[in-house]
Design a protein around this ligand. Structure first.
Ligand code: NAP
Length: 315
């Protein structure tokens, strides 16, 4: 039986996914019935739903024969709130374009903070020629919280650049060049050693406000933060206080409790905060389509999906 694959992502990307999903299926030698509008198909006949939160599907209950929800995004916090029936596997997006984009964003901002680039960009004419060399990357400690698809790739890239990299995750990992740590007991010690802290944890019950006032207070003087994960990981009041008092040098923020970030949010005008509009990385239709077709092909061969969400853990 040719599986029915229905695109239920954003309208803007529909044409790109039509092109790239068809091409990826051809390349893989996989016959699929690709439908680009959920409204055109009997929901009971849909095998795979290529889904994103900004698409047209809010209610999964009519999709009785669904074999999988193939999420176009890496984060599943919003999707899980829509409560898809428990028996339908949810597959997170892991694809090269998304991963490489995040590596670029995190590496760029880490290097910027490491070299204190802002100091020179914002410099005004000075009377004295201040010579103040930055340390070498190997003398700078970067911490990455979350060592999944994105965190592990960023940690590897930062280590490749020469930084001393500390990585922290729930389960112990082994990544070349990265000092991996795990479990609650190691979190505070990792934060206390970290000069540039990168957040790449999912938003779950366990990680909500994980960077709280006590942990922010552990960060070394002049440390910087890069949050490319979710706004809800941070106690924002405590972060603003730490920036105001000069404990922290800078925060690069890509994600917020409310998006778009409201115009009156203090982050917008804070001199020690860089606001980027959730652009750290994005799923790219060309590379994502390869990953989606590979998942469908696996399932059709009777193999398990990769990157299945564990609903009890929330990621
Ligand atoms: P992932 O592969 O699921 O990895 C999550 C990592 O976090 C894993 O290493 C996991 O540990 C760790 N973790 C989860 N809960 C933990 C806890 N309570 N304590 C310690 N470690 C914990 O996710 P990903 O693909 O790397 O994506 C990470 C997040 O990035 C997404 O959830 C999303 O919110 C965000 N994101 C943002 C953008 C953007 O543009 N800003 C783009 C894509 C994704 P284990 O490995 O031990 O399970």
């Amino acid at each position: 039986m040719v599986p029915t694959v229905v695109y239920a992502g954003s309208a803007e990307k529909r044409d790109a996914y039509r092109t790239h999903l068809s091409a990826a299926a051809r390349k893989a030698g996989l016959a699929i019935d690709l439908q680009m509008n959920p409204g055109d198909v009997d929901p009971e006949k849909v095998d795979y739903l290529v889904y994103s939160n900004d698409g047209p599907v809010m209610d999964f209950t009519p999709f009785n024969s669904l074999k999988g929800i193939l999420n176009l995004w890496a984060g599943v916090d919003t999707l899980l709130k829509r409560d898809p029936p428990a028996h339908i596997p949810i597959v997170r997006m892991v694809e090269d374009g998304l991963t490489l984009g995040m590596v670029d964003y995190v590496s760029g901002h880490a290097l910027r903070h490491h070299l204190d680039v802002d100091r020179y960009i914002h410099a005004s004419p000075i009377e004295e020629w201040e010579v103040d060399f930055p340390p070498l990357a190997r003398d700078r400690t970067v911490g990455v919280l979350g060592l999944g698809a994105l965190g592990a790739a960023c940690a590897r890239a930062l280590a490749g650049h020469g930084f001393r990299v500390l990585g922290w995750s729930r389960n112990q990992k082994q990544i070349d060049g990265v000092e991996c740590r795990s479990g609650d007991k190691d979190l505070d010690a990792t934060i206390a050693e970290t000069e540039i802290l990168v957040l790449l944890l999912p938003y779950t019950r366990q990680t909500e406000r994980i960077l709280n006032a006590e942990r922010i207070a552990l960060m070394p003087l002049d440390a910087c933060l890069i949050n490319a994960a979710r706004g809800q990981l941070i106690d924002h009041q405590a972060l603003l206080e730490a920036l105001n008092t000069g404990l922290l040098r800078h925060a690069t923020m890509d994600v917020y409790d409310v998006e778009p970030l409201p115009p009156d949010d203090p982050y917008w005008i804070h001199p020690r905060v860089t606001v980027t509009p959730h652009i750290a990385s994005v799923t790219r239709p060309e590379t994502a389509s390869l990953a989606i077709i590979e998942q469908i092909a696996r399932h059709d061969r009777g193999e398990a999906f990769l990157h299945v969400v564990d609903r009890a853990r929330g990621y």
